[in-house]
Design a protein around this ligand. Structure first.
Ligand code: UDP
Length: 477
């Protein structure tokens, strides 16, 4: 085993912060149910176990939600499992399968099961030293499902939360579920982001639906004024200077002041985009399912001739060397770079490949925040998507979003009202046409952005999420 179970420190935050965002009526209901849940959980720990502390939607969600539980008097903790590269190769393959994709086509057979179980057992041995009877253990995603059999006799309630899912169950999806089924049988409750994702083996009254949410106050989503946004983007090298009058600052999760110090590692030709160049932006892990090469092709088609309003494209993701649980990131990034090098010269100098620094996740989040806020259009051209947090993040920032009609994105965006959906995510032409529409029709872009923020306020803020968790705790007793 390469590393041990690791605890991620989490601060505490009060849910009272939500008052100006959700109003008194929703707040009163939130307070009441949160109080009851913290009473039920007195002396008990709610363990959250996943496979990475940084990068990707699950880490993002845990970071967003757990401080509010702690602030409400619940001893919520976050543990990250360790594993070997082979283990993470298998879990990545599983992740692809659950999305209905073959990934690298490698096997999910007995040898892989043996290896998966061995690493699960090693992690479980440590976990069992921490977990008490009556604790709640929330295992996140396929990487941690194998811990369940080991926890069966601990007296703890074991819940599995699945953040992925495929729109069309097919042979590949079944292969993924077949692999996981023996572990899922051991869960007292399973949680999915959409009803459509509940697999056959979990199709019983122990499965519930809780869509993800974002934290409006985190460095990723907190308000940044234009001067600060500009200062952050100039400092980190994503737009051309001068930085203007602002400083590249943000507030950390715990409210303390912070500054963006690190620079982004950007592959580009020549200069960064000027501050007033409209940016088309996709922020994602370097994962083929996010179709970064497709985004580049669509953008290239858009600017063939003349780029509307001189638009430029920024494809941004984490620095590829920093993500431990995803062995494919490096090769995907290399594929994107190769495709970029093949673009015609006049297109290449409008496309920027940005690896954002990951040394400090909150600093990384502030850079993403500034980039999303500054975007003229945020795109998420995923081929498959569990939920699509980047879409929620951009919608909260009142950005017009052009995104594939896949997975949870279909729940978030009402096509033509709070964003534009792409019926066929592989259709480069309609992608580039949608980009042109939003870039050329500024009134439409503004309307889409405003509706988008209201949609997030109603459905995808942490308050709704916390209430659903509290209701579950109440039900479990
Ligand atoms: N993200 C980030 N820094 C990056 C790239 C991505 O913080 O450099 C975040 C992004 O803002 C979002 C999450 O990673 O919060 C990705 O979640 P999403 O649901 O979009 O996709 P997933 O990674 O779970 O497939």
């Amino acid at each position: 085993m390469t590393k041990k179970l690791e605890e991620v420190p989490i601060g505490a935050q009060t849910i009272e912060r939500f008052l100006p965002l959700v109003g008194e009526e929703r707040m009163a209901r939130g307070r009441e149910i949160a109080q009851r849940a913290s009473k039920t959980l007195e002396g008990r720990v709610v363990w959250n176990v996943n496979s990475t502390a940084r990068g990707g939607g699950v880490a993002e969600m845990l970071r967003a939600i757990l401080p509010y539980a702690r602030g409400g008097g619940v001893d919520a903790r976050w543990l990250v499992i360790g594993g070997t590269p082979e283990f993470f190769h298998i879990t990545k393959r599983l992740h692809h399968a659950l999305h209905g994709s073959q990934g690298d086509g490698s096997e999910l057979g007995e040898r892989q099961r043996e290896l998966y179980e061995r690493v699960s057992q090693e992690n479980a041995e440590e976990l069992l030293g921490l977990v008490n009877a009556r604790d709640i253990v929330l295992l996140h995603d396929p990487q941690t499902a194998g811990l369940a059999p080991h926890l069966a006799h601990s007296g703890a309630t074991v819940i599995w939360r699945c953040h992925v899912g495929g729109d069309q169950p097919d042979a590949e999806v079944s292969r993924g579920w077949d692999f996981l089924e023996p572990y899922l049988k051991q869960m007292q409750v399973t949680i999915f982001s959409r009803r459509q994702y509940v697999p056959h083996c979990c199709n019983h009254n122990k499965s519930i639906i809780i869509p993800p949410s974002i934290d409006a106050f985190s460095p990723k989503n907190q308000e940044l004024d234009e001067a600060t946004t500009r200062a952050i983007l100039v400092h980190t090298g994503l737009v051309e200077g001068p930085p203007g009058d602002g400083a590249p600052v943000f507030r950390r999760e715990d409210g303390s002041p912070a500054r963006v110090d690190r620079r982004s590692d950007v592959i580009r030709m020549g200069r960064a985009p000027a501050w007033d160049a409209p940016l088309v932006v996709q922020v994602s892990r370097w994962d083929g399912l996010k179709d970064p090469v497709g985004v580049m092709r669509g953008f290239s088609a858009l600017i063939d001739g003349e780029a509307p309003r001189g638009a430029e494209l920024v494809l941004a993701g984490p620095n590829v060397r920093a993500i431990q649980d995803d062995p494919e990131e490096v090769s995907t990034f290399e594929r994107v770079e190769t495709a970029w090098r093949k673009l015609p010269h006049s297109h290449r100098n409008r496309v920027h490949l940005a690896c954002l620094p990951m040394g400090d996740v909150e600093e990384n989040a502030a850079i993403v925040n500034a980039l999303q806020r500054h975007a003229a259009v945020v795109v998420q051209k995923s081929l498959h998507e569990g939920f699509g947090l980047t879409v929620t993040e951009a919608m909260w920032k009142r950005r017009p979003v052009v995104a594939s009609a896949v997975g949870g994105i279909q729940d978030q965006i009402e096509d033509g009202v709070s964003g534009l959906l792409l019926e066929d995510p592989t259709d480069v032409e309609s992608f580039s046409a949608a980009l042109r529409t939003v870039l050329e029709d500024e009134a439409l872009a503004q309307r889409l952005g405003e509706n988008a923020q209201e949609r997030v306020r109603a459905h995808y803020l942490g308050m709704r999420h916390l209430v659903q968790y509290a209701e579950l705790i109440e039900k479990l007793g």
